[in-house]
Design a binder for this molecule. Structure first.
Ligand code: SAM
Length: 277
């Protein structure tokens, strides 16, 4: 009989956050696959868990996943953990999970801490929807391309960011997304935890190097002005279409400028109207 692959969440700072179930599974499985075995040894030692460890990190994910699947086929029960939080959320894990599913190996999530849920839980998002982006690309050109593609979405955007990139990240966000509200959740569950609600411009202006240490999640709220509904956009486009004075391209330009919305989303709707007749 095949073993089970457990996906186990571990603390993002405060060791008290580990769940009783996580401790039991980590003690009971035959093997723990960990992103950094030296790092995880400290966690396991703290809880007197002596289960053998094997490394499972991004650069060797494919090869290691194949090895783990062979062990699972042979009946080994394996727990996958990352350095902190929930595996496969901006962390290795997805490859072995996909392989296990294809091989009909049981996969059992053991939920627990994640910087994502911790930050979102104190962001007061109404109605509760958000877009998790994770890490933006490290290079500014690619980061700006991504931010432009997100600019017209009316969702709070959740980013992870490394300390040494925070300043450049905020600068690009300010330039492309505008001066929106932002929540900066730093060092969650740790001694110097700090949750700051500010505007992007205010935050960028007040950055100091002390604050740039540690782990951070950023939640950038949507623009405060409600975007025009798709109904409004459609009605304007219909009007231009019926009048027949402007080309589709010019109609889109006119609608986008009048309503202050991105041309791409207007263009998609215009295509429907111009193509269906
Ligand atoms: N899988 C993890 C999870 O579930 O949260 C995330 C791993 S990702 C490689 C690491 C990033 O998560 C950090 O760069 C930071 O953006 C965020 N993070 C992790 N721990 C954090 C903490 N204690 N406070 C704030 N952000 C944290």
């Amino acid at each position: 009989m095949a073993g089970t692959l457990y996906i186990v969440a571990t603390p993002i700072g405060n060791l008290e956050d580990i769940t009783r179930r996580a401790l039991r599974i980590l003690a009971e499985v035959d093997l723990i696959a960990a992103e950094d075995t030296r790092h995880s040894k400290k966690l396991l030692h703290h809880f007197n868990i002596a289960t053998p460890l094997i490394s499972y990190y991004r650069e060797k994910e494919q090869q290691r996943a194949e090895e783990l699947i062979a062990k699972l086929h042979a009946g080994t029960n394996i727990a996958l953990i990352s350095d902190a939080g929930t595996p496969a959320i901006s962390d290795p894990g997805a490859i072995v999970v996909n392989m296990a599913r294809q091989a009909s190996i049981p996969i059992v999530p053991v939920p627990g801490p994640s910087a994502l849920t911790a930050a979102v839980s104190c962001a007061g998002l109404i109605p509760g929807e958000f877009l998790f982006v994770g890490f933006a690309p490290p290079k500014s050109t690619q980061r700006c391309t991504l931010l432009r593609s997100l600019r017209d979405l009316f969702y709070p955007l959740v980013f992870y960011e490394a300390p040494h990139r925070i300043e450049r990240f905020l600068k690009d966000c300010l330039e492309i997304l505008g001066d929106r509200e932002i929540l900066w959740a730093r060092e969650l569950s740790k001694k110097y935890e700090e949750i700051t609600h500010a505007t992007l411009g205010g935050l960028f202006a007040s950055l100091n190097t002390e604050k740039l240490r540690g782990e951070s999640v950023f939640i950038i709220y949507p623009p405060t002005v409600l975007p025009p509904s798709s109904d409004t956009i459609e009605k304007m486009l219909e009007k231009f279409y019926e009048q027949g004075e402007l080309s589709m391209k010019d109609s889109c330009k006119e609608v986008a400028e009048t309503l202050g919305v991105g041309r791409t989303s207007v263009y998609q709707r215009a295509l429907h109207i111009w193509n269906k007749r």
